[in-house]
Design a protein around this ligand. Structure first.
Ligand code: G
Ligand code: MN
Length: 414
């Protein structure tokens, strides 16, 4: 099979997600028809803009991003039936002959198929041309061209749909950030023995009845390139509440390494007591660059900011991650807490982390404690702190403060 035919097959059978599909299709059809130039163009504000071009050796004549006025080119005439899609010899087409572009390029032969998006709106042209006439071009060539144009059209349609969906998501998230369309729920963090509230974790909650968990929101924001901004907006809002917290209670906020490395965090701490703030570093992807993270955090830690590794024992919060961050606090992921009273493997993994914490001067806080059994097992292992539904659900600030005060009062009376 000749190489261009192989390419045609490849282009036709490709999954449709590859960015090179249209490029491959252009090259294959150009070679198949024995033409010099193949391109896909998009109509934008009365111009035809080249989006993909295959024209080896003619890059000076035509390249991606170049555009021409629709007044000057064949496109509109073809769309409106004044010129045929198949022109083996422009000299035999009176209208083509009178158009300046025919001699300027020059164009001897021309085959083109209008491209429409899935919803029917015109997009642009899928086109092959050559400076020389090519009298062998026939209807079968046009049919083959049509097949490739269909592939290109489908690809472009998919691309545009994905782009539109992405833009809509980005706009929605931009609004969420600008309008602070989220609430902060606070979950008390306790010293376990004696039971005493020591901190409050700020957890973001999105209002709508979308049924989406905050995780999904944050992932969407990430994909829209707004992840760090959203995280910082949440932290900013939480920090506003620090002054309302009892003096002896610290505020724990969540951030991804990427958001911290973004550099906006330090500025938000200005005029706040760093000793009362814990930064929980949430890991959802592998950290590429600990040095940047360290550069941002070192001066803040020197002033008393404490760093916690969140979700330890799950996902990317690997041992390596813990070693690199040298955290003040290690938060045991709730998957380790769950049923720890009845599960030897979880107990020994927790014990290992407790040993590690003791050796490195870190404090362990167990997340997601739901039962007395879990609480007792954790205390028996020597876990210093904990949080979870058993000790207090995430709640509006006033309620969370109330809960802490009630427990403190109870302790005082006992
Ligand atoms: O990423 P991080 O571990 O900070 O997320 C904590 C999440 O877990 C919050 O959304 C919070 O509402 C939830 N949570 C807090 N305590 C418990 C608990 O005891 N059980 C369960 N299942 N979820 C909890
Ligand atoms: Mn957390």
């Amino acid at each position: 099979m000749p190489e261009h035919a192989r390419k045609m097959v490849k282009a036709l059978t490709s999954s449709g997600t590859s960015g090179d599909l249209v490029q491959d299709a252009l090259e294959a059809i150009r070679k198949h028809l024995g033409m010099d130039v193949a391109y896909l163009s998009e109509f934008v504000n009365g111009r035809s803009v080249f989006r993909r071009v295959d024209a080896p050796g003619l890059e000076h004549l035509i390249k991606v991003g170049d555009s021409q006025s629709l007044e000057d080119v064949y496109c509109n005439h073809i769309l409106e039936g004044r010129l045929p899609q198949l022109i083996p010899n422009t000299a035999k087409e009176p209208l083509a002959r009178t158009m300046p572009i025919t001699d300027a390029v020059p164009i001897g032969s021309h085959v083109s198929i209008p491209i429409r998006l899935a919803d029917g709106t015109p997009y642009g042209m899928f086109c092959c041309l050559s400076p020389k006439p090519n009298e062998t071009l026939n209807d079968r060539d046009l049919q083959t061209m049509q097949m490739f144009a269909d592939i290109a059209a489908r690809h472009v349609s998919d691309e545009q749909a994905a782009k539109t969906a992405k833009e809509r998501t980005a706009e929605r998230i931009r609004r969420v950030i600008d309008e602070q369309a989220f609430r902060i729920a606070y979950q008390p963090i306790w010293n376990l023995d004696p039971l005493r509230p020591v901190g409050m974790e700020a957890l973001c909650r999105f209002d709508e009845n979308s049924g989406q968990t905050p995780d999904v929101r944050f992932r969407e924001a990430d994909e829209a390139g707004l992840g760090a901004e959203l995280e910082m907006a949440v932290i900013r809002k939480a920090l506003e509440d620090l002054a309302s917290l009892p003096e002896e209670i610290y505020l724990s906020v969540n951030a991804s390494p990427g958001a911290i490395a973004g550099g906006k965090f330090a500025g938000m701490l200005e005029s706040l007591p760093p000793k009362r703030i814990v930064l929980e570093i949430t890991e959802h992807a592998r950290v590429e660059d600990y040095r940047t993270l360290d550069r941002v955090l070192a001066p803040l830690r020197a002033c008393g900011l404490r760093v916690a590794v969140d979700d330890a024992g799950a996902g990317y919060a690997s041992l390596q991650h813990i070693v690199q961050l040298r955290p003040d606090i290690i938060k045991l992921d709730m998957t380790l807490t769950r049923d720890i009273d009845g599960d030897r493997a979880r107990r020994s993994l927790a014990a290992a982390l407790i040993f590690f914490a003791a050796e490195t001067g870190a404090r362990i806080i167990a997340e997601g404690i739901e039962t007395e059994g879990e609480l007792e097992a954790l205390m028996a292992l020597g876990v210093a702190g904990g949080q979870g539904y058993l000790l207090g659900r995430p709640a509006p600030l006033a309620e969370a403060i109330e809960l802490c005060a009630a427990e403190t009062g109870r302790q005082a009376r006992a």
